[in-house]
Design a protein around this ligand. Structure first.
Ligand SMILES: [Zn+2]
Length: 334
Protein backbone atom coordinates (compact mmCIF):
# COMPACT_ATOMS: atom_id res chain seq x y z
CA UNK A 1 0.00 0.00 0.00
CA UNK A 2 1.54 3.33 -0.94
CA UNK A 3 0.26 6.65 0.29
CA UNK A 4 0.79 10.25 -0.56
CA UNK A 5 3.77 12.34 0.39
CA UNK A 6 3.13 15.20 2.83
CA UNK A 7 5.08 16.79 5.70
CA UNK A 8 4.90 14.93 9.02
CA UNK A 9 2.36 16.54 11.37
CA UNK A 10 4.93 16.99 14.11
CA UNK A 11 8.52 17.18 12.79
CA UNK A 12 7.63 18.48 9.29
CA UNK A 13 9.93 16.08 7.47
CA UNK A 14 8.48 14.67 4.25
CA UNK A 15 6.43 11.61 5.27
CA UNK A 16 4.11 9.05 3.73
CA UNK A 17 0.42 9.34 4.61
CA UNK A 18 -2.06 6.48 4.34
CA UNK A 19 -5.65 5.82 5.28
CA UNK A 20 -6.42 3.30 8.01
CA UNK A 21 -9.09 0.76 7.06
CA UNK A 22 -10.60 -0.01 10.48
CA UNK A 23 -10.67 3.42 12.11
CA UNK A 24 -11.23 7.03 11.14
CA UNK A 25 -7.55 7.91 11.14
CA UNK A 26 -4.44 8.43 9.05
CA UNK A 27 -1.22 6.51 9.40
CA UNK A 28 2.01 8.43 8.92
CA UNK A 29 5.38 6.87 8.13
CA UNK A 30 7.98 9.50 8.95
CA UNK A 31 11.79 9.19 8.69
CA UNK A 32 12.11 10.70 12.20
CA UNK A 33 8.87 9.84 14.06
CA UNK A 34 8.93 6.35 12.47
CA UNK A 35 5.22 5.38 12.42
CA UNK A 36 2.10 6.71 14.13
CA UNK A 37 -1.60 7.25 13.58
CA UNK A 38 -3.74 10.28 14.18
CA UNK A 39 -7.54 10.34 14.29
CA UNK A 40 -9.49 12.71 12.06
CA UNK A 41 -10.55 14.83 15.03
CA UNK A 42 -7.00 15.39 16.26
CA UNK A 43 -5.88 16.04 12.70
CA UNK A 44 -8.50 18.78 12.32
CA UNK A 45 -7.48 20.50 15.53
CA UNK A 46 -3.77 20.28 14.59
CA UNK A 47 -4.50 21.80 11.21
CA UNK A 48 -6.28 24.67 12.90
CA UNK A 49 -3.62 25.29 15.51
CA UNK A 50 -0.09 23.94 15.76
CA UNK A 51 1.21 22.55 19.04
CA UNK A 52 3.49 24.81 21.11
CA UNK A 53 7.15 23.83 20.63
CA UNK A 54 7.63 22.15 24.02
CA UNK A 55 4.50 20.01 23.61
CA UNK A 56 5.45 19.07 20.05
CA UNK A 57 8.94 17.99 21.16
CA UNK A 58 7.49 15.77 23.91
CA UNK A 59 4.95 14.27 21.49
CA UNK A 60 7.67 13.41 18.95
CA UNK A 61 9.92 11.98 21.66
CA UNK A 62 7.06 9.77 22.91
CA UNK A 63 6.18 8.62 19.38
CA UNK A 64 9.80 7.58 18.69
CA UNK A 65 10.07 5.82 22.04
CA UNK A 66 6.85 3.88 21.37
CA UNK A 67 7.94 2.89 17.86
CA UNK A 68 11.34 1.76 19.10
CA UNK A 69 9.68 -0.54 21.60
CA UNK A 70 7.55 -2.10 18.84
CA UNK A 71 4.35 -0.10 19.41
CA UNK A 72 2.34 2.23 17.20
CA UNK A 73 1.08 5.39 18.88
CA UNK A 74 -2.45 6.50 18.01
CA UNK A 75 -2.88 10.21 18.81
CA UNK A 76 -6.53 10.28 19.74
CA UNK A 77 -8.97 11.64 22.30
CA UNK A 78 -9.54 8.17 23.75
CA UNK A 79 -10.68 4.64 23.07
CA UNK A 80 -9.22 1.22 23.57
CA UNK A 81 -6.99 -0.64 21.12
CA UNK A 82 -4.98 -3.82 21.13
CA UNK A 83 -1.24 -4.24 20.96
CA UNK A 84 0.89 -3.12 19.20
CA UNK A 85 -1.32 -0.01 19.13
CA UNK A 86 -1.43 2.41 22.05
CA UNK A 87 -3.74 5.39 22.47
CA UNK A 88 -2.17 8.61 23.72
CA UNK A 89 -3.70 12.06 24.17
CA UNK A 90 -1.93 15.17 22.91
CA UNK A 91 -3.31 17.11 25.89
CA UNK A 92 -1.32 14.95 28.30
CA UNK A 93 1.86 16.52 26.88
CA UNK A 94 0.73 20.12 27.26
CA UNK A 95 2.05 22.45 29.92
CA UNK A 96 4.92 20.21 30.94
CA UNK A 97 8.24 21.89 31.45
CA UNK A 98 11.36 20.69 29.74
CA UNK A 99 14.54 21.06 31.75
CA UNK A 100 17.31 22.58 29.64
CA UNK A 101 20.26 22.83 32.03
CA UNK A 102 21.18 19.17 31.76
CA UNK A 103 21.03 19.05 27.97
CA UNK A 104 24.75 19.56 27.15
CA UNK A 105 25.69 16.71 29.49
CA UNK A 106 22.90 14.49 28.16
CA UNK A 107 24.01 15.20 24.58
CA UNK A 108 27.56 14.27 25.50
CA UNK A 109 26.25 11.05 27.02
CA UNK A 110 24.37 10.25 23.79
CA UNK A 111 27.63 10.76 21.86
CA UNK A 112 29.49 8.43 24.26
CA UNK A 113 26.84 5.74 23.82
CA UNK A 114 27.32 5.81 20.06
CA UNK A 115 30.93 4.76 20.63
CA UNK A 116 30.19 1.81 22.93
CA UNK A 117 32.78 -0.83 22.15
CA UNK A 118 34.50 1.35 19.50
CA UNK A 119 37.68 3.40 19.30
CA UNK A 120 37.11 6.45 21.55
CA UNK A 121 38.27 8.87 18.83
CA UNK A 122 36.18 7.36 16.06
CA UNK A 123 33.95 9.82 14.21
CA UNK A 124 30.20 9.47 14.60
CA UNK A 125 27.07 11.25 13.37
CA UNK A 126 24.04 12.53 15.22
CA UNK A 127 20.48 11.84 14.06
CA UNK A 128 17.41 14.03 14.32
CA UNK A 129 15.87 11.32 16.53
CA UNK A 130 18.73 11.83 19.01
CA UNK A 131 17.69 15.48 19.28
CA UNK A 132 14.03 14.70 20.03
CA UNK A 133 14.91 11.94 22.49
CA UNK A 134 16.97 14.56 24.35
CA UNK A 135 13.86 16.80 24.30
CA UNK A 136 15.52 19.21 21.89
CA UNK A 137 13.53 20.82 19.10
CA UNK A 138 15.22 18.89 16.30
CA UNK A 139 18.49 19.93 14.66
CA UNK A 140 17.49 23.59 15.04
CA UNK A 141 18.07 23.39 18.78
CA UNK A 142 20.67 20.63 18.81
CA UNK A 143 23.12 22.66 16.73
CA UNK A 144 23.15 25.35 19.44
CA UNK A 145 23.99 22.86 22.19
CA UNK A 146 26.67 21.41 19.88
CA UNK A 147 28.17 24.90 19.54
CA UNK A 148 28.50 25.02 23.34
CA UNK A 149 30.18 21.59 23.51
CA UNK A 150 32.55 22.57 20.67
CA UNK A 151 33.44 25.87 22.36
CA UNK A 152 34.24 23.94 25.54
CA UNK A 153 36.43 21.60 23.43
CA UNK A 154 34.50 18.57 24.66
CA UNK A 155 33.47 17.67 21.09
CA UNK A 156 35.34 18.34 17.85
CA UNK A 157 34.21 18.57 14.24
CA UNK A 158 36.29 20.28 11.54
CA UNK A 159 33.44 20.37 9.04
CA UNK A 160 30.81 21.69 11.45
CA UNK A 161 33.26 24.38 12.63
CA UNK A 162 33.85 25.50 9.03
CA UNK A 163 30.15 25.93 8.30
CA UNK A 164 29.24 27.36 11.69
CA UNK A 165 32.10 29.89 11.66
CA UNK A 166 30.69 31.40 8.49
CA UNK A 167 28.09 32.77 10.85
CA UNK A 168 24.92 31.67 9.09
CA UNK A 169 22.93 32.81 12.10
CA UNK A 170 19.39 31.48 12.16
CA UNK A 171 20.10 28.73 9.61
CA UNK A 172 19.24 25.16 10.54
CA UNK A 173 22.00 22.78 9.47
CA UNK A 174 21.46 19.19 8.50
CA UNK A 175 23.46 18.08 11.53
CA UNK A 176 23.57 14.42 10.44
CA UNK A 177 25.95 15.29 7.58
CA UNK A 178 28.72 16.40 9.98
CA UNK A 179 31.08 13.88 11.58
CA UNK A 180 31.94 14.63 15.23
CA UNK A 181 34.35 13.10 17.66
CA UNK A 182 34.84 13.26 21.43
CA UNK A 183 38.07 14.92 22.61
CA UNK A 184 40.21 13.62 25.47
CA UNK A 185 38.74 16.45 27.54
CA UNK A 186 35.27 15.25 26.53
CA UNK A 187 35.99 11.73 27.74
CA UNK A 188 37.27 13.07 31.05
CA UNK A 189 33.99 14.95 31.48
CA UNK A 190 31.92 11.90 30.49
CA UNK A 191 33.69 9.65 32.95
CA UNK A 192 33.32 12.19 35.69
CA UNK A 193 29.58 12.57 34.97
CA UNK A 194 28.46 9.16 33.90
CA UNK A 195 30.49 6.46 35.46
CA UNK A 196 30.23 3.30 33.37
CA UNK A 197 28.02 5.04 30.86
CA UNK A 198 28.31 2.12 28.48
CA UNK A 199 27.71 -0.61 31.03
CA UNK A 200 24.35 -2.39 31.02
CA UNK A 201 25.15 -4.21 34.26
CA UNK A 202 23.63 -3.83 37.70
CA UNK A 203 25.34 -5.52 40.64
CA UNK A 204 23.14 -7.02 43.38
CA UNK A 205 24.59 -6.62 46.87
CA UNK A 206 22.65 -8.90 49.23
CA UNK A 207 22.96 -11.32 52.10
CA UNK A 208 22.93 -14.93 51.08
CA UNK A 209 22.03 -16.60 54.32
CA UNK A 210 18.35 -15.82 54.76
CA UNK A 211 15.28 -17.74 53.72
CA UNK A 212 13.90 -15.31 51.13
CA UNK A 213 17.16 -15.01 49.23
CA UNK A 214 15.91 -16.77 46.09
CA UNK A 215 12.77 -14.67 45.65
CA UNK A 216 14.59 -11.38 46.41
CA UNK A 217 17.25 -12.19 43.85
CA UNK A 218 14.62 -13.17 41.28
CA UNK A 219 12.63 -9.96 41.86
CA UNK A 220 15.76 -7.81 41.38
CA UNK A 221 16.79 -9.74 38.27
CA UNK A 222 13.30 -9.53 36.77
CA UNK A 223 12.95 -5.79 37.52
CA UNK A 224 16.34 -5.11 35.93
CA UNK A 225 15.45 -7.21 32.87
CA UNK A 226 12.15 -5.33 32.51
CA UNK A 227 14.00 -2.00 32.48
CA UNK A 228 16.76 -3.14 30.12
CA UNK A 229 19.56 -3.88 32.60
CA UNK A 230 21.42 -7.08 33.33
CA UNK A 231 21.54 -7.87 37.04
CA UNK A 232 24.26 -10.10 38.36
CA UNK A 233 25.73 -11.15 41.65
CA UNK A 234 28.66 -13.12 42.95
CA UNK A 235 27.79 -16.31 44.74
CA UNK A 236 29.15 -15.54 48.15
CA UNK A 237 29.09 -19.10 49.41
CA UNK A 238 32.53 -19.43 47.89
CA UNK A 239 33.61 -16.09 49.34
CA UNK A 240 33.02 -16.49 53.04
CA UNK A 241 36.08 -14.36 53.74
CA UNK A 242 34.11 -11.18 53.08
CA UNK A 243 34.61 -8.58 50.36
CA UNK A 244 36.78 -9.92 47.58
CA UNK A 245 38.60 -8.32 44.66
CA UNK A 246 35.98 -9.94 42.47
CA UNK A 247 33.15 -8.09 44.22
CA UNK A 248 35.00 -4.77 44.01
CA UNK A 249 35.70 -5.35 40.30
CA UNK A 250 32.04 -6.21 39.73
CA UNK A 251 30.85 -3.01 41.39
CA UNK A 252 33.37 -0.99 39.37
CA UNK A 253 31.91 -2.37 36.14
CA UNK A 254 28.29 -1.65 37.05
CA UNK A 255 26.10 1.25 35.95
CA UNK A 256 24.37 1.04 39.34
CA UNK A 257 23.94 -1.38 42.22
CA UNK A 258 20.89 -2.67 44.06
CA UNK A 259 21.68 -3.11 47.78
CA UNK A 260 19.31 -5.33 49.76
CA UNK A 261 19.56 -4.66 53.51
CA UNK A 262 17.24 -7.30 54.96
CA UNK A 263 19.20 -9.05 57.72
CA UNK A 264 21.58 -6.06 58.15
CA UNK A 265 24.49 -7.87 56.52
CA UNK A 266 27.73 -5.86 57.04
CA UNK A 267 28.99 -6.85 53.59
CA UNK A 268 25.99 -5.16 51.96
CA UNK A 269 26.71 -1.92 53.89
CA UNK A 270 30.33 -2.04 52.78
CA UNK A 271 29.45 -2.67 49.12
CA UNK A 272 26.79 0.09 49.07
CA UNK A 273 29.21 2.55 50.71
CA UNK A 274 32.00 1.61 48.31
CA UNK A 275 29.72 2.15 45.26
CA UNK A 276 28.39 5.47 46.58
CA UNK A 277 31.95 6.68 47.17
CA UNK A 278 32.81 5.80 43.58
CA UNK A 279 29.86 7.82 42.29
CA UNK A 280 27.94 4.70 41.22
CA UNK A 281 24.20 5.06 41.95
CA UNK A 282 22.87 2.78 44.71
CA UNK A 283 19.23 1.66 44.92
CA UNK A 284 18.51 0.67 48.53
CA UNK A 285 15.87 -1.94 49.34
CA UNK A 286 14.78 -3.64 52.55
CA UNK A 287 11.89 -5.80 53.72
CA UNK A 288 9.11 -3.60 55.10
CA UNK A 289 8.82 -5.60 58.33
CA UNK A 290 12.45 -4.87 59.11
CA UNK A 291 12.22 -1.17 58.31
CA UNK A 292 9.16 -0.88 60.59
CA UNK A 293 10.84 -2.77 63.44
CA UNK A 294 12.51 -0.19 65.71
CA UNK A 295 14.90 -2.72 67.21
CA UNK A 296 16.11 -4.13 63.89
CA UNK A 297 15.54 -1.23 61.52
CA UNK A 298 18.41 -0.32 59.29
CA UNK A 299 21.69 1.21 60.39
CA UNK A 300 21.34 4.86 61.40
CA UNK A 301 23.65 6.11 58.65
CA UNK A 302 21.34 4.88 55.92
CA UNK A 303 17.93 5.28 57.56
CA UNK A 304 17.56 8.84 56.23
CA UNK A 305 18.13 7.63 52.65
CA UNK A 306 14.98 6.66 50.82
CA UNK A 307 14.78 2.86 50.99
CA UNK A 308 12.35 0.83 48.94
CA UNK A 309 10.35 -1.11 51.55
CA UNK A 310 8.94 -4.30 50.04
CA UNK A 311 6.49 -6.94 51.23
CA UNK A 312 6.83 -9.73 48.65
CA UNK A 313 8.21 -10.62 45.22
CA UNK A 314 5.57 -8.70 43.21
CA UNK A 315 5.83 -5.63 45.42
CA UNK A 316 9.64 -5.54 45.23
CA UNK A 317 9.66 -6.05 41.47
CA UNK A 318 7.07 -3.33 40.82
CA UNK A 319 8.71 -0.74 43.10
CA UNK A 320 12.17 -1.47 41.71
CA UNK A 321 11.01 -0.98 38.12
CA UNK A 322 9.60 2.44 39.04
CA UNK A 323 12.69 3.46 40.98
CA UNK A 324 15.16 2.30 38.33
CA UNK A 325 13.23 4.15 35.61
CA UNK A 326 13.19 7.25 37.78
CA UNK A 327 16.81 7.42 38.92
CA UNK A 328 18.98 5.72 36.34
CA UNK A 329 18.96 7.94 33.25
CA UNK A 330 19.04 6.44 29.80
CA UNK A 331 19.26 9.18 27.28
CA UNK A 332 19.23 7.49 23.92
CA UNK A 333 17.56 4.15 24.61
CA UNK A 334 13.79 3.72 24.80
ZN1 LIG B 1 7.86 13.20 11.99
Amino acid sequence: MSGKSKPCLFCKNEAEWMGVSNRDASEINCPVCIRYQVTRMELHSLEKEELPAAQRVLVISQTIRDARSGMVTIWSSGGTVEKPYIVRKLGDYAGRTISHAGKPDALLETCAKKLAGLNPFQHFRLEEQDAYLLQMDGFREMQQWLRILLDQKLLESETFEKVDRRGLGGTTYDVKTFPFYISAKGWARIEELFRNVNSNKAFIAMAFGHSERASIQKAVEDACAATGWEAFTIDKKEHINGITDEIIASINQSRFIVAEFTGNNPGVYYEAGYAAGKGIPVVLVVKKAQLDDQAQGVHFDTRHINHIAWTDYDDLKKKLINRINAVIPRSSEP
